[in-house]
Design a binder for this molecule. Structure first.
Ligand SMILES: Nc1ncnc2c1ncn2[C@@H]1O[C@H](COP(=O)(O)OP(=O)(O)O)[C@@H](O)[C@H]1O
Ligand SMILES: [Mg+2]
Length: 229
């Protein structure tokens, strides 16, 4: 028996296929993809534009459904789940970070980060403690009352990262999170994501077509034309 348990599989896809109908034809975005992502690792998902990265992230994050194949998230088999069950799993287990930050512009930094905890029905004292700690961790202590407009791109992405991690999700998916940032800021954001993956024991999957990012990640997966290389 091994003294060191191997890290838990947080998300597992097996033989997943996905196509989109476009008029009379269909585009095969994923042609039988299998991946495992473990707790505490930052995995880069690379590949050219159109290779299927966003499609794969959306399937991992339960915001789309495959045509074929198996999915497992946090030890739950996804097949046959109702919409309500999927929504609950997504709210509890998945944090999202996007290229365009997707912060609510009329809400303060604090309120943006608090929002996922409101959806989960967390008590006010717990919400406040978690938001304050998370904002401190991403270097935005003291920015609670600002609006997103008053922040730089890198700061906005830190708010989005705090929002994604505040509920301690099993999985964080980040779709081109550095696409709108200069390269120095982009590297800092990837380093922050990696540190948080390790600290929170979260599985973090980052889609990027920027090969410079990959040296900052724990593992690299490459998609070409909807197939894993
Ligand atoms: N909603 C959609 N409708 C039609 N085709 C789509 C849709 N989303 C993605 N595709 C197609 O699926 C393929 C994979 O796209 P995507 O997953 O967005 O790749 P990536 O994120 O690597 O750029 C591409 O050919 C793209 O044009
Ligand atoms: Mg994409």
């Amino acid at each position: 028996m091994s003294a060191i348990a191997s890290p838990a599989v947080v998300v597992r896809l097996s033989g997943v296929r996905k196509s989109y109908r476009v008029g009379e034809t269909s585009v095969q975005a994923l042609r039988g993809v299998s991946i495992d992502v473990h707790a505490g690792e930052l995995v880069a998902l690379t590949g050219p534009s159109g290779s299927g990265k966003s499609t794969l992230l959306n399937l991992c994050g339960l915001i789309d459904t495959p045509d074929a194949g198996e999915r497992e998230l946090a030890e739950t088999n996804i097949a046959g789940r109702t919409e309500a069950e999927l929504t609950r799993l997504r709210r509890e287990k998945v944090g999202f970070v996007f290229q365009g930050f997707n912060l609510v512009p009329v809400m303060t930094v604090f309120d943006n980060v608090e929002y996922p905890l409101l959806l989960l029905g967390a008590p006010a004292a717990e919400r406040s403690a978690r938001v304050t700690a998370m904002l401190g961790r991403v270097g935005l202590g003291g920015f609670e009352h600002r609006l997103p407009d008053a922040l730089s791109g890198g700061q906005r992405q830190r708010v989005a990262i705090a929002r994604a991690l505040v509920k301690s999700p099993a999985l964080v998916i980040a779709d081109e999170p550095t696409g709108n940032l200069d390269s120095a800021t982009a590297m800092q954001i990837v380093d922050l994501l990696r540190e948080l993956a390790h600290e929170h024991r979260a599985a973090v999957v980052v889609a990027t077509h920027d090969e410079r990012m990959t040296s900052h990640c724990d593992r690299v997966l490459r998609l070409i034309d909807g197939e894993m290389q």
